[in-house]
Design a protein around this ligand. Sequence first.
Ligand SMILES: N[C@@H](CCC(=O)N[C@@H](CS)C(=O)NCC(=O)O)C(=O)O
Length: 136
Amino acid sequence: MALELYTDPRLPCPQRVHLIVLELDLDVIVHRVSLEDGENRRNDYIQLNPFATLPCLKDSTFSPPLVVYESRAIARFLAARYGPQLLPDPGNVSAIAQFEQAASTEVTTFDPVANRLVFEIIFKRFVISIAVMNPV
Ligand SMILES: N[C@@H](CCC(=O)N[C@@H](CS)C(=O)NCC(=O)O)C(=O)O
């Protein structure tokens, strides 16, 4: 049980991590966490990720096991640990600058717009149906 991923592969943030898991052909135990059933708000999951969001990774090759949440942080960690060929050479500052530029553009320019569109077009109806099924 070296690598365990807490996820729902249908969702966009977890998909960032699934992409790199596939790219590196990593052997990962997948724990599906249902947002619909509130499994992300259970105590055992909050212990792993206090923000109660997906995805979350546990790497038991560390002692104590390393737990990482935030999809981009997980992706970068997996690359650094298991696929450094995906990252710029640490001695090549211009390659690092271009990598960071692209990563920053994704977070600050692309994602805020794309995320909202994906929510409006795809996920809003699910959120509304969950709220209807589970009134406060
Ligand atoms: N910035 C975080 C966002 C994580 C996030 O919001 N994940 C969504 C699924 S795409 C989630 O778990 N939402 C449940 C909630 O906010 O209660 C990341 O990239 O991992």
